[in-house]
Design a protein around this ligand. Sequence first.
Ligand code: NIG
Ligand code: FE
Length: 402
Amino acid sequence: MTATTTAPRSLVIDGISVLVTNAPDLGAGPLGEIADAAIVIADGRVAWAGPAGVAPAADVRVDAAGRSVIPGFVDSHTHLVFAGDRGAEFAARMSGAPYQAGGIRSTVAATRAASDADLLATAVRLYREARAQGTTTCEVKSGYGLTVADEERMLRIAARLTEEVTFLGAHVVPPEYADDPAGYVDLVTGPMLDACAPHARWIDVFCERGAFDEAASRRVLLAGRERGLAARVHGNQLGTGPGVRLAVEVGAASVDHCTHLTAADVAALADAASDGSGTVATLLPGVDFATRQPYPDARALLDAGVPVALASDCNPGSCFTSSIPFCIALAVREMRMTPREALYAATAGGARALRRTDVGHLGVGARADLVLLDAPDPVYLAYRPGVPLVAAVWQDGELVSG
Ligand code: NIG
Ligand code: FE
């Protein structure tokens, strides 16, 4: 393969066996697929996509040589800013210990003790690791600082990596507030939000037994909204509860985990989806894998018309993978999503969960974020699990991996 390391003025990739655009006007089916295709990118955007035989010329040509091209993955849920290691906790879980939200506090202690430089170095390493596996848009949360200063510096570090920065001061109640959880909610919704809102686009809360109850979660989300932050929710991870319905009530962009859903939760998400907006159900199968939980009922959600996203939740506790291909393989094998449904959820679904229209597809004008797979068809992402299939990654039209 020939390619430059900086963005050429225009680039054509041809010889593509299957080009998935997620733009139904450009190709067949809901994923807008084009066989024997080419794509032209210019100035960081998709300029043209169609059959290879009629592709316009460009300054630089890359021959995909019968391999497939897909949109870059949109990982709408990660916790890449942290310090410390919880490998021993994982090993204990694999021997039967349950996952508990309290494990988060060990990462909080390590993160508070770490320098900005060390936190940034870890986050950059994980960001690049994800990108080499096809992730071209990545949300990053705070949530392991839990003091005003530590949450603020986490967000500043996250903002070095991405524009999709989420304030998660309401991750758990830190030890120094163990006897005064209401006081911690006052801190999060007051001085912490004042310091953090300027650095974030989103506000998130862990609405779960052992973390924040419905009333506290609502307070957090509404306070964030008053400061211009849009809502997302960690909900229904460890058991059924109010998370999904609260997310729908406040018009959250996404409710993430959804491992334990009632029929009423699915109906609430489906009702909200029927007007075309609604809350995305973001499924994180790597967490269910690494915590030995059941997998979410993706079929119930999809069959009810709920928009679904797949994300990694990359974090040191509940799921330490940055690999969206791994999550796709799990979604197909364990959640009975079709390979195309899983691919769509990890690209267009993630974009919808972040309310982005410029990524997650390869329609004309989209950001030129694309992945060349060492595979004749994207079904290989699930068909060949664990195999490094990402041959090259372009982000903003620039070759960043491969
Ligand atoms: O998304 N559920 C809450 N927070 C993270 C876990 C963080 C941790 O265990 O450190 C999650 O799974
Ligand atoms: Fe999370």
